[in-house]
Design a protein. Sequence first.
Length: 353
Amino acid sequence: MNVVLALCVAAALPATGGCARGADPDDEGRPIEPSAQSPRAATQRRDRRGWTITQTADFNADRMADVVWYDAERNRIAVWLMNGSDLLAPGPFIPGPGGDGWVVWANDFDADNVADLLWSHDERNLMAVWLMEGSRLRAPGPAIPAPIGDGWTALPGDFDFDRMSDVLWMNAEQNQVAVWPMNVTQPLAAAPPIPGPTDGFSFGFPIDVNFDGMADVVWNDIEHNLLRVWLMHGGRLLVEGPAIPGPLGDGWAAAGVGDFNADGMLDVLWSNQERGLMAVWMLEGTQLLAAGPVIPGPIGDGWEARAGGDVNLDRMADVIWQRAGTGEMAVWLMDGSRVLAPGPVIPGPYPGD
């Protein structure tokens, strides 16, 4: 099944979300790990509700997560710089590549400690890296063809420990993945595809799970409500972890991964859009360490935990909520799997702008 189709069936709407590992204060010069991508973001081009939050990443080198907004209908993005649970500065609207059907991720491709954009188009089998300077576009890179065949989606992650993002290509229909080392906007090599998880997948998060400086992959099988972690060494699989069942009940999807308890290990943010619920599960490498409680979202209908990242520099990921149909957002500061302080509701970009 095509990635987008699978996610439309399973989730019925979009979201990349993802969470960032908190920055180590002793690790000067190293940017915070950008938020990983949530599965629903791949469905954004099918969503016509206006602006949606897709991810968090550090766009101004302050080591605090900022928010990426995407308007699929008009194919444009905006980066909002954050300071804790408050909006610091909304960035300008930036048109995406030509044509519709693109999705967008964020990671640092040129080792300047500022997140850049990775555009992906699975129907046209293209990707493009755009270099950013804060919330503004610095240099758009060329469109680059995907591996041979249909249905490839590109996601960013540093697989070779050079502090510059590489690209993980995923093909859910063919159950294949491929890692392409990158030199800024250009691929260094086109590694051959390898088989995906034995039981298939809906989506994967390329992010460093075991703190070795190289991206691993956290897989989410939305249809069967399962999670699985691959420990990677470059483009090679080292360890395939066991299947981990998600929270009880229907409608759950992994909205992102990040370090929620400052132990240097990646944890998982679960989201249930239909019921407006979230839960944080602590991981230890490929194993589940502790399942956190199910937490209701902000008061009112339509709220969904869409993204995460360390917005207040306490080395623990926080949660970004968005309300469907209104564009409103709220940042909840977290302490492990529990809410430390829910932030105020912030209006999103105006749909008609």
